[in-house]
Design a binder for this molecule. Structure first.
Ligand SMILES: Cc1cc2nc3c(=O)[nH]c(=O)nc-3n(C[C@H](O)[C@H](O)[C@H](O)COP(=O)(O)O)c2cc1C
Length: 137
């Protein structure tokens, strides 16, 4: 079945604690596995950047729901395109908290989110495309 990849950024309304992030991840994982959605969520202390992968209609409906979540605001879609393959095949949702600096690809991820929030490209590529390429196997 054909799938889309949707990438958005949003601003956390407050500093998220480990428990806050865990609660979001828990809900995301348990919902996404039933609707054939995979992806990854990144948090840098102020902003979220999330990749969602799945059937187009499913993603659009899911994004509408996520966008209304009071834990974040100013959500903006950066990328929403068909894809031949999923990038995050193993995760109904995965969370990377960049605040604890232990993430793989830490420097690149910080740069990607920074570029996205300030509307910059990374070389010739958009931040969303750079992010997807970083994790392609
Ligand atoms: C940054 C962020 C990312 C989220 N990602 C997802 C997600 O991938 N899937 C999901 O079902 N809910 C996600 N949520 C939660 C939804 O906004 C919403 O609370 C949830 O889907 C409601 O689930 P329920 O109807 O089972 O209570 C996210 C929330 C935030 C703040």
């Amino acid at each position: 079945m054909s799938i889309n990849q949707l990438v958005y950024i949003s601003q956390a309304v407050r500093k998220m604690s480990a428990e806050d992030l865990h609660a979001i991840l828990h809900t995301a994982k348990s919902n996404n596995q039933h609707i054939d959605v995979t992806g990854s969520l990144f948090y840098n202390g102020g902003w979220f950047m999330q990749v969602l992968e799945g059937p187009l209609e499913t993603l659009n409906a899911l994004y509408k729901k996520i966008e209304k979540d009071p834990r974040h605001k100013n959500s903006r879609i950066l990328y929403n395109e068909p894809a031949k393959f999923r990038t995050f095949t193993r995760w109904s949702m995965n969370m990377t908290n960049l605040e604890n600096r232990q993430a793989d690809k830490y420097d690149q991820l910080v740069e990607v989110i920074d570029a996205a929030t300030t509307d910059r490209k990374i070389g010739a590529a958009s931040p969303a495309v750079t992010l997807l390429k970083m994790f392609r196997e």
